[in-house]
Design a protein around this ligand. Structure first.
Ligand code: DGJ
Length: 694
């Protein structure tokens, strides 16, 4: 007996099928199928043959592969009872609930007293499918591993793309060839982590940024994940995503995975990227004031570090406002006796030595300049050298002899009294001051991973947001250590990296655009001499790289020459003039013919801007044409260089490249198939090209 169900949007279809009341299998996931496709026929058609050396029937590659079915790969769950004995489930189909866009399948295992529910929801506008699984027991169970519903990976794919990273080097792309066996990534740091971003893209053969088929996956959880991409001996491939293993401390009767977001694209990696970007922007984020444009940030961290001094801060704020900043963020160092990173975390009271009259004089000054005010916290952390630790050493997670990270310990967020304390302290600062923004940091890994920690943090964030609905929150963890869709359901911005080196940032944010939209991705203009790389970069390059995302400044503005200030003012004004439509734009990564060029096109309806960053010197002597994407081939476009003023600086550009002197009017087809020939340029520069449909 076969039962099948389908979920569709205009671009894709996912078909699930059950035979003989076994667990369901995803029997098809790809381009939208005809409405009258016979799904039972598909179930039969998808089955692979049996030959010598195989079982007599191939075990299903189900949404939760079961060891009891002699599945030849990784099972979808690993559970033990309270005595430590393995529980080996064998589920039977129980019931289905279906609407036009959602499907819940329930399976039970009477012998083991288990119920397994798999949820699927498709979003017809964003093209994301959200999947999650629940496991319920009639008795308490110990969970080692539970995957979100398992999906097959395509066979016509030679490699998988996932994301590694480090402090100041987030979002590095890995390409791993498929081969028999599995690629596992597991983040056991207890936070999303710089090391293993919870995402995967499986391109089909020949796919590039702009063309071909690809499948995208992202696991929306901030406590560390595990991914399994496995090719079975019979050639079938499965993708599993779930919380890192062994992060449930206690036996329980109910476990749930976080949401797994997936999509099929027929427009290259960009099709996946756009689905993720739009879903984050239009579905996951809740803005305190959606009607307000994203304000230009000024963050004082790299200007003053812990050395807070009111007259200086006022002077810096005044200059920042003059450059175009609209939100002033007071970073680490305003509380306890925090003169360096050895003390005071958890002592969330204003330092009277630095602010004898409290924060109000600074906030009033900032507000008087027309800016809003933001402040830094690192709520989950505590220094052993703090009043709160001396009063409550039992609030810290882990053993007393554990290794510290940045001289700090982690608070146990599972304890209600810890959450209560943090709500009260943070709440008091927010209630007593005119604050519209919190930068929420998390600068060390957990002593051991623990899912309750993440749940506790989410609960505190929710409570604070309910109490202070006007306050926006940025997720930071030594830069991009907590960047995922789970945290973005509770916050509105990510501090993508501590690297304000524009050259590094260009690449980091370009890769992050596979998952993140412009409006949540912070990017700041750093100091002339970068503090984390020592590189010296021109203000034009620094400013344009920041203008690709949610723009801000993070240097001592007193270091700027008049010329640098003028450039920064002009680029910031350009950003403000364009931020309205750029908020809605898709970031499309371009297939640059020249590997020295990192280029992307922000496209919204009939308008676009291309940022072509020159990350290196080129092998060939003259620039190769850069192909655009996503345009109407038959429409005419007016294309012009935004920063033509920079040509005068490139004496080595001696030719007649058209954009040097004026706009060009060409068809979408020309732009997408021949591409635009840009003027010659130095490395570490950026051409910015605007386009409008005529
Ligand atoms: C790490 C963050 O990533 C920085 O931006 C800054 O906020 C420091 N922490 C402050 O300690």
């Amino acid at each position: 007996m076969i039962h099948c169900w389908r979920l569709d949007d205009a671009r894709q279809t996912l078909v699930l099928g059950v035979r003989d009341n076994h667990l369901a299998e995803a029997i098809y996931w790809g381009p939208r199928l005809p409405d009258d496709e016979n799904l039972e026929m598909l179930y039969g058609a998808h089955e692979i043959d049996v030959t010598g050396g195989m079982l007599d029937v191939n075990p299903e590659l189900s949404i939760c592969p079961e060891a009891t079915r002699t599945f030849p790969g990784q099972p979808g769950m690993v559970v033990r009872d309270e005595t430590g004995k393995s529980v080996l489930p064998a589920f039977s189909f129980e019931s289905v609930e279906q609407s036009e866009t959602a499907l819940t399948l329930t399976f039970t295992d009477a012998e083991n007293g288990l119920a397994y529910r798999a949820h699927f929801a498709i979003d017809p506008q964003t093209h994301l499918i959200t999947l999650w699984a629940e496991l319920e027991g009639t008795r308490a169970l110990n969970l080692h591993w539970l995957s979100a519903p398992v999906l097959p990976a395509p066979q016509l794919s030679d490699e998988m793309i996932d994301v590694a990273g480090r402090w100041c080097g987030e979002f590095q792309i890995n390409r791993t060839p498929w081969s028999a066996g599995m690629r596992t990534r597991e983040n056991r740091t207890g936070r999303t982590g710089h090391e293993h971003f919870p995402g995967l893209i499986v391109p089909c053969r020949g796919a590039t940024n702009t063309q071909g088929e690809a499948y995208g996956f992202h696991y929306g959880w901030s406590g560390g994940h595990k991914m399994v991409a496995e090719e079975l001996p019979d050639g079938r491939r499965q993708i599993q995503f779930g919380n890192a293993t062994q992060v449930e401390d206690e036996a329980r009767t109910l476990f749930k995975t976080a949401p797994l977001y997936v999509t099929y694209s027929n427009s290259g990696l960009n099709g996946c990227a756009v689905a993720f970007q739009r879903h984050v922007r239009d579905r996951l984020i809740t803005w305190p004031h959606p009607e307000r444009p994203r304000p230009v940030h000024y963050n004082c961290w790299e200007a003053i570090y812990f050395d807070h001094n009111l007259p200086e801060l006022k002077e810096i704020a005044t200059i920042a406002a003059g450059l175009g900043a609209e939100r002033f963020v007071l970073d680490d160092g305003w509380f306890g006796e925090r003169d360096d990173d050895t003390s005071s975390l958890a002592d969330w009271e204003v330092d009277p030595r630095k602010y004898p009259d409290g924060l109000t004089p600074l906030i009033d000054h900032v507000r008087g300049l027309g800016m809003v005010f933001g402040i830094w916290f690192e709520p989950e952390m505590i220094n052993p050298d703090s009043n709160i630790y001396r009063a409550h050493p039992e609030w810290a997670l882990g053993r007393e002899d554990q290794i510290l990270g940045r001289n700090q310990l982690v608070l146990n967020m599972a304890l209600p009294e810890v959450r209560e304390f943090l709500f009260e302290r943070i709440g008091k600062i927010l209630a007593d001051h005119d604050i519209d923004y919190v930068k929420w940091d998390h600068n060390r890994v957990l002593p051991t991973p623990d899912a309750d920690q993440t749940r506790g943090t989410y609960a505190l964030l929710d409570r604070l947001r309910t109490a202070f609905p006007d306050v926006e929150i940025e997720s930071c963890a030594s830069g991009g250590g907590r960047t995922d869709f789970g945290i973005l359901e509770h916050t509105q911005r990510v501090w993508l990296s501590d690297s304000n080196d524009a050259l590094e940032r260009l690449k980091i944010q370009h890769n992050a655009a596979l998952f993140l939209p412009q409006c949540v991705t912070g990017s700041h203009v750093g100091p002339r001499v970068c503090h984390t790389s020592g590189r010296v970069l021109d203000i034009r390059f620094r400013a344009w790289v920041a203008a690709q995302r949610h723009m801000g400044f993070e240097m001592d503005p007193r270091e700027l020459t008049d010329e640098e200030a003028d450039v920064l003012r002009r680029v910031t004004a350009w950003w403000k003039a364009n931020r309205g439509w750029m908020y809605h734009a898709d970031i499309l990564r371009l297939d640059a013919a020249d590997p020295a060029v990192v280029a992307e096109q922000h496209l919204h309806e009939d308008q676009f801007v291309v940022f072509a960053g020159k990350a290196d010197t080129s092998d060939q002597i003259s620039p190769r044409p850069l192909r655009f994407t996503g345009l109407n081939p038959d429409a005419m476009y007016r294309v012009d260089l935004v920063n033509r003023d920079e040509i005068a600086r490139v004496a080595l550009s001696r030719g007649r490249s058209m954009l040097k002197t004026g706009a060009m009017k060409v068809s979408g087809r020309y732009l997408m198939h021949h591409g635009v020939t840009l003027p010659w340029s130095f490395p570490e520069t950026m051409w910015v090209i605007e386009g409008h449909k005529i």
